[in-house]
Design a protein around this ligand. Structure first.
Ligand SMILES: [Zn+2]
Length: 527
């Protein structure tokens, strides 16, 4: 996603010794929405496997605050038997009545009702029409659906929505039923069989106009926009088709059976919900100028949705990947010079951010919204850029494809990505991954040079001024008086290194990092 607005807090679903005690395999959410009130009635069928002998299970669900919104549970059923339960600390807690044996596959059904305090945005759209849009990132799914609200527990999902018949309903997966059921109501059923993290399980209801903008292989790509601005909206979202085509060619087959681009009330600029990307309302303007945003959210379908970070500390595997895949798409369309310009701009943002906050990319803050920062996006993207520069275009691309194929439908950590690159280049990459992901900041270089005409030697001294030593290749272009340039690569691995190079005449200048391949700040001084 893009953009941040406020703060939310951590939620985990493990037992008291920190061990995961269940693995949800499928959610079946049967929801009833109306125009009469914002109250929702829901039935959540949760299929899960016990990962240990366990009695007590807790499922995340926002409970009502005093005088405020939230959900009250009326029953928890296992095998047609009612279980006793309590609601406490925004969890539904119940005993499995002896059924919770290690390896047991169980289905509980939780019936609940109430008004969502957050997570499902019920409001009026820009045309004053009522709409419903789920907006779960990072852990706001539990604000409206009972679930294990953690990116590490992925599950298949069905949404069955009963709502006033004037709405069109969008969700993850394929629509397998959409019919009028009498009494002015419509029932719509979507099924997604690929396991998803809860952060991207959504529904959206509005008076949409819809159009299929194209197909990429067997995958229909469609636009869902407010009926009032369908002319602009269809034009704005149609550019999504060639973007998906490019991503499919670069990474691999698109993982879901359809991709809808949806005008919505998300609090973000865009939100990468699987198979149904939600965009801010103002992305419809008739200018078709949201290419980078659409590329970013579409890339998330692969990275973030299909390969999901094991926890939010590794969110750069989602945001950094979506950002760099966007850079690669734009490079393919507008050329290598355009990439160099954008990477140089991002580098400036990273340097400014590092001067304000001394934070590593892998950051264990509990306020996940704080992770939507320059480290996760631009620096994550830059780390992939440096991996590409160090391994070469074809090895980089193949490793990204292998990483995607290996972890598709699963979770991955930064160490998993490191392993994939180490397998590709057959060389340990501990230093690279440690210094760029775990150490705040980047190299801050002082590069001094002088020329001795008598000995015809060019002396270049590279000094690392930042607190932690970095190891990296540094290219320097030496520019002769006739403006011809020679690029030389230096291995920098000491606080201060002196290089002496035979050179026929005094250079006009030297230019560090002429190909925009290194994340660094620095100055060049001619002695
Ligand atoms: Zn994103």
């Amino acid at each position: 996603m893009k953009l941040l607005l406020s703060f939310f807090f951590a939620m985990v679903a493990y037992n008291c010794s920190g061990q995961r005690i269940l693995d949800v395999t499928h959610y079946n959410f049967d929801l009833e929405l109306s125009d009469r009130s914002d109250s929702i009635k829901g039935k959540a069928g949760i299929s899960f496997t016990c990962l240990a002998d366990t009695q007590r299970i807790s499922i995340d669900l926002r409970q009502p605050t005093k005088g405020g919104n939230g959900f009250t549970v009326s029953s928890v059923i296992l095998d047609k038997k009612s279980l006793s339960f309590t609601q406490s600390d925004d969890k539904v807690i119940f005993d499995l009545a002896g059924a919770g044996k290690n390896g047991a596959a169980l289905i509980v059904t939780i019936s609940y009702s109430g008004i969502p305090a957050d997570g499902l945005i019920i409001s009026k759209n820009m045309f004053g029409k009522r709409s419903f849009f789920a907006d779960n990132w990072p852990n706001r799914a539990m604000q409206w659906i009972p679930c294990v609200d953690s990116p590490s527990d992925k599950a298949a999902v069905d949404f069955i929505v009963t709502a006033p018949e004037h709405y069109k309903v969008i969700s993850n997966g394929l629509m397998i039923e959409d019919q009028l059921i009498g009494g002015g109501k419509r029932r719509t059923h979507y099924k997604e069989e690929v396991p998803l993290p809860t952060k991207i399980m959504v529904i959206g209801l509005a008076d949409f106009a819809t159009e299929q903008s194209g197909k990429v292989g067997p995958v229909p790509v469609s636009s869902w926009v407010y009926a009032e601005n369908k002319k602009d909206g269809f034009k704005d979202y149609a550019i999504a088709v060639p973007i998906l085509q490019w991503l499919k060619d670069y990474i691999g087959q698109f993982p879901y059976k359809k991709l809808a681009h949806v005008q919505s009330k998300t609090i973000y600029g865009g939100m990468e919900n699987a198979g149904a990307i939600f965009y801010a309302e103002n992305t419809v303007n008739g200018l078709a100028d949201n290419e980078a945003l659409i590329a970013h959210e579409t890339a998330h379908q692969y990275f973030g949705d299909m390969v999901t970070e094991i926890n939010f500390s590794h969110v750069w595997l989602s945001e950094g990947f979506a950002s760099y895949m966007t850079q690669l798409f734009l490079e393919s369309k507008y050329g290598a010079d355009s990439l160099a310009k954008r990477m140089a701009t991002d580098r400036q943002s990273i340097i400014s951010f590092s001067r304000q906050k001394k934070l590593p990319v892998i950051d264990t803050v509990s306020q996940y919204m704080a992770l939507l920062n320059t480290n996760s996006y631009q620096k994550g993207s830059w780390i992939l850029h440096m991996l590409r520069r160090e391994t070469g275009d074809s090895v980089f691309r193949q490793t990204i494809r292998d990483y995607y194929r290996t972890y598709a439908g699963k979770n991955a950590s930064s160490a998993d990505l490191q392993k994939m690159f180490e397998q590709s280049i057959k060389h340990p990459m501990d230093t690279f991954f440690h210094q760029w992901l775990r150490v705040p900041g980047q190299p801050d270089l002082e590069i001094r040079w002088s020329y001795n005409a008598e000995s015809s030697l060019l002396q270049i001294t590279v000094k690392q001024q930042q607190p932690d030593l970095f190891v990296f290749p540094l290219e320097i272009a030496i520019e002769a008086k006739d403006h011809t340039k020679q690029v030389i690569k230096f291995n920098i691995n000491q606080p201060r290194q002196i290089f002496l190079l035979p050179y026929p005449a005094e250079p006009l200048a030297i230019h560090p990092d002429p190909n925009v391949s290194l994340l660094y700040s620095g100055t060049v001084i001619r002695k």
